[in-house]
Design a protein. Structure first.
Length: 132
């Protein structure tokens, strides 16, 4: 059984990363998001891993570091798939997507994303904004 104080640690790191991102303190934000990822992996808390990776992806996207952004967005999706694999979902088909063995997920294959453009991932049919 996890100690709730330790379990909250990753979420606190994520929140600190978000605050420093809003303040433009990217170096501190990156450090906090990395701590959230490490904590999440250590405790198998895939929400913290996903939130930390998504935060890093958004920072690197805003800095036009597209390869780094892509790496962390992939990590966020993988963590989400790990989380889904731990849930006991009802037998009714609520989620409408093909079964993919976690944690290997490719955004290009799965969602049809083709390229990064500024702060937007371009989909074949629409633009999906990842960062306000």
């Amino acid at each position: 059984k996890k100690d709730w104080k330790v379990d909250m640690l990753g979420g606190l790191y994520v929140n600190a990363g978000k605050i420093h991102t809003k303040l433009g303190n990217y170096e501190l934000a990156i450090a906090y998001f990395q701590k959230a990822i490490q904590s999440g992996i250590g405790f198998e808390d895939w929400i913290d891993v996903s939130d930390g990776a998504n935060g890093l992806g958004n920072i690197y996207l805003s800095l036009n570091k597209f390869d780094s952004a892509k790496k962390y967005f992939y990590m966020a999706v993988d963590a989400g798939m790990n989380l889904l694999s731990t849930l006991e979902l009802p037998s009714a088909p609520i989620l409408n997507f093909p079964v993919i063995s976690p944690p290997i997920v490719s955004l290009e294959l799965y969602y049809g994303y083709t390229q990064f453009e500024s702060k937007t991932l371009t989909n074949k049919n629409s633009n999906i904004h990842l960062y306000p």
